[in-house]
Design a protein around this ligand. Sequence first.
Ligand code: ASP
Length: 455
Amino acid sequence: MESGLFVGPEAREVSMAQAKEIWVSKFGGTSLANARQIMKVKDIIFADARRKIVVVSAPGKEHKDDTKITDLLLNCHKLVEKGKPIDEPFSIIRRRILEIARALHVDEHRMTAELDAIFVRLPSEKTADYAGSRGEYLNGLMIAEHFGAAFIDAEDIVRLTKDGRVDEMTYEIAKRALASVDGRIVIPGFYGKGPDGKIKTFSRGGSDISGAIAARAIGADVYENWTDVSGIYIADPRVAKNAGPIAHITYREIRELATIGASVFHEDAIAPVRTVGIPINVRNTNDPSAPGTMITANRDVSACHLVGVSGKKPYRKVAFDKFMLDRYPEVTASIHEAIAKRNLASDLVVDAFDTIVAYIPTEMDDTEAAALQTALASELEIDACTVSEQLVLIGIVGEGISLEPNLLQAVAAKLAKLEVPGEVVSGPLSVKLLLAVPVAAYAATLNALVDLIVS
Ligand code: ASP
C-alpha cells in the first residue's frame, strides 16, 4: 500500500517495492529490562504484521535502584582502564542476561559463550564504545531468538563518522541488508562501526537514532518509539500535575521543546526521519492501547495553538552594558572572549545597541557568581556587568503561537499573580516564547503555564 506520507524518492521506491506497510519499532531499556517486559514487547510486535523491524536497547533498570546494563558495562571499561579486575560488575551482567535467557527459553549455552567472549575481549579491546555496545548486542541476540526473527548486527549496517554522527552511506548499506530479509528483523541499537572499522556508539540514549536510521533506510511508514510513558507530555509530569500527553506535535515543535529541557528522545533521532517525512509515534510499552504522541512535519494548528512548555536550569544571566556599545566592536569581541576563556558556554546571546545579555548554563553558586561579576567588570572596558541569581529558562512552544495575540498578556498576568519576577527572553517568535524566572519559582510557573495552555 502506498501511504502517501513520504516526500523522499528513495523512501517511495522501497515502500512500493515492498507493496505493504512497514513499521520500525524501537524499544527502550525499561521496556526490555527483564523477561516479563520482553514478553510484553513480543505481544506488541506480534499484534501487527507491519511491525517488521525491531530495534532494541540494552536491558535498563528493573527497579529504581538498579544499574542499567550499559552502565555496568561502562563500569567494566573504567576498571579495565585502571588495570583492575572486572569480575564484580560483570557477574551482575552475567546474572541478569542469563536470567532473561532462561525465562525466554533462549539457548543459555550460546548466551554463556557470548558472555565469556565479551569478558575476555573487554580487557583487550579497551574502548568504552565496545564495552557500552554489548548490552544492546546481547539483548538483540536474545530477543531475535525469542521472536524467531533474523538478527542483523548494527555493526554491519550502521556507519558513524569520526565525530559520532551518522555517515550517509549507512542508509544504502542498511537498505540493502534490511530489504533482503522477508520476515521480522531485530537490530541492536546504540552502535555501529566507525571509520576505523571498530565499534562506535552514539551518545547515551542513542538507540533512538538507530531506530530512526532503520526507518529511513527501509522507507518505513511509521517509526514507533516505545518507552515507559504514554507519549510526549505537555510539560514534565513530575513537576506539572495537570500535564498530559500531547496527541500531535511537529518535528519543529519537538526540537524547540527538547532544546529547552524536555527529555523526549534523543535529539539526533529526529533528523534521519524528518528529511523523508516518516512520522514518529511515541508509545508506552506498559499501556499499548494508548495512542501516544504522533510527530509529523505538519499538523492542524487550529485545533491546538500551543503544544507544550519546558524548562531548563540552572542558568545565570550575565549582562554587559556600555554606552554606545555598537560603536566598539572590539569590546563586543572581548566580552565573547571573556566568556569563552572561562569555558562558559552561552546558550543564548541577546544583543541590543548598548547591552549584551548572555544566558549561561552553569551550576556556579552565589559566591562564584559574585566573583565572576567583579572579575568581568574590572577586566572589560564596559560601564557595568551584572550576574543574576539562578534562573530557569522556560519555553512555551506551538506552531500556532501567532494565533494567540494575548499570550504575553496572559503569561504576565499568571506571573504577577504568583508574584514571580519573570522576564521575556525572546519571542513570541514563529514557534516559541522564551521566559526566564528564578529557579525557586520553576514549579509554580510551570504549573501555571500548563494550566494556561490546556485551558
Ligand atoms: N543503552 C544505551 C544507554 O543506556 C543506549 C540506549 O538505551 O538508547 O544510553
